[in-house]
Design a protein around this ligand. Structure first.
Ligand code: AMP
Length: 377
């Protein structure tokens, strides 16, 4: 066990790293962040901040020298960085788990190899694959063309209405390897955040129902108002993924539920997840404390949910006409505001979130959306 007082390394200084740092501090750990951004949200509150690229060897050596264990908050940290670090210190999750989830082609093949369903997809690596994909008709249109790497929050993907639009979309994405994915008629989207220890014990948080706007998470409701059998299937699928990745830490699996009620795995995040932020205010142990516990080899904290929760993201768009109007939100005694300390608000940038808690999620949903509507300046 890595005990309080030790220094923990965090690759990535965004809000997930900041919330991890807060949880680690509460348990008496020190945190050293590596992030090239001098104003990174986690770097501002951590005990140390190495401002360097993720492949900077001197910075990685320093991280390895100071830290008992290094983890990540950002799936686009090169897997080679994790491999390099493993020469000096414990790295959790290990590089291979992150590598699988960093590339949509590898990720989807991995998911299918477990016998889990995904949306129908075709791999497009070269322009020559376009015609073959259209001929094979494995994917019906409308579809989405997604870059295999370095896309998130709906970035690096384009809607393609018909096979005729495919070549132009591939060019627009830079002719890099992509997956062409059928557009699913969504009944809902779910996610499961699951913690796994080094010896393979697993503890999932309650299943969450997620609504997206423009490809970015807008709202999460927990527990998800879905049939118990569907929630159980999602939990089991998430555990299958965590186990097969031999994952140590906290990770998330996102699902589509189609209009026939089928559960399809969308993607795997090898880290804490935006759809688990509600655990900060409605669970005995938050996903961030659980991440600290897992990477340090401590036992699980309880995953018990003591309140229903609705979380709403605050994107930079809200700041476009000035500072949001906070008073009504702050006057709501059962609402918790979390701002990430980002200096500039840009459209689509996650600036913070708030969570409404109460005995049941039904009435919370309307309350949370009304509070959100009143924030606009
Ligand atoms: P992603 O970054 O791939 O998780 O996509 C972000 C969001 O876009 C998802 O959570 C969905 O709301 C939507 N989306 C992405 N792919 C599909 C799809 N194949 N069918 C329907 N909606 C999708």
């Amino acid at each position: 066990m890595i005990l309080p007082g030790a220094t923990l390394g965090m690759l990535g200084g965004g809000q997930l790293g900041r919330l991890f740092t807060r949880a680690a501090h509460e348990l008496g750990y020190r945190v050293l962040v590596l992030d090239p951004d001098p104003h990174s949200p986690a770097g501002r509150i951590a005990d140390g901040h190495l401002e360097a690229p993720y492949d900077d060897d001197a910075a990685l050596q320093e991280l390895g020298r100071q830290c008992a264990v290094v983890t990540t908050e950002f799936e686009n940290v090169p897997a080679a960085t994790l491999e390099r670090l493993a020469a000096w210190c414990l790295v959790r999750p290990h590089a291979a788990a992150v590598r699988t989830t960093q590339n949509r082609i590898r990720e989807k093949r991995f998911i299918r190899s477990l016998g889990l369903a995904t949306a129908p997809f075709a791999v497009i690596e070269l322009a020559a694959d376009l015609a073959a994909a259209a001929r094979a008709r494995a994917v019906r249109f409308p579809a989405l063309l997604k870059r295999a790497e370095l896309g998130y929050d709906g970035k690096g993907q384009l809607a393609v209405g018909t096979a005729d639009g495919l070549a132009a979309a591939f060019r627009e994405l830079g002719e890099v390897p992509c997956v062409l994915e059928e557009k699913v008629d969504l009944a809902c989207e779910l996610s499961v955040v699951v913690a796994r220890t080094a010896d393979g014990a697993m503890l999932p948080f309650p299943v969450t129902d997620n609504a997206h706007r423009g490809g970015i998470l807008h709202r999460s409701v927990a527990p998800a108002p879905v049939a118990p059998a569907l929630a159980e299937a999602a939990r089991q699928a998430a555990e299958r993924c965590a186990e097969a990745l031999d994952f140590v830490g906290v990770m998330a699996v996102e699902f589509f539920v189609d209009d026939a009620g089928r559960l399809l795995v969308n993607e795997i995040a090898p880290r804490t997840h935006n759809s688990g932020h509600w655990t900060l205010d409605a669970c005995v142990t938050s996903q961030f404390e659980q991440q600290v516990r897992m990477v340090c080899g401590l036992p699980f904290g309880s995953n018990a949910q003591h309140s229903a929760a609705v979380m709403i993201n605050l994107l930079g768009d809200l700041w476009q006409d000035g500072e949001p109007r906070w008073p009504d939100l702050l006057a709501d005694a059962d609402t918790k505001l979390h701002l990430y300390g980002k200096r500039t608000a840009r459209p689509g940038r996650k600036m913070g979130h708030f969570t409404c808690v109460g005995p049941e999620s039904g009435p919370l949903l309307a309350r949370a959306e009304a509070l959100f509507d009143r924030l606009r300046p």
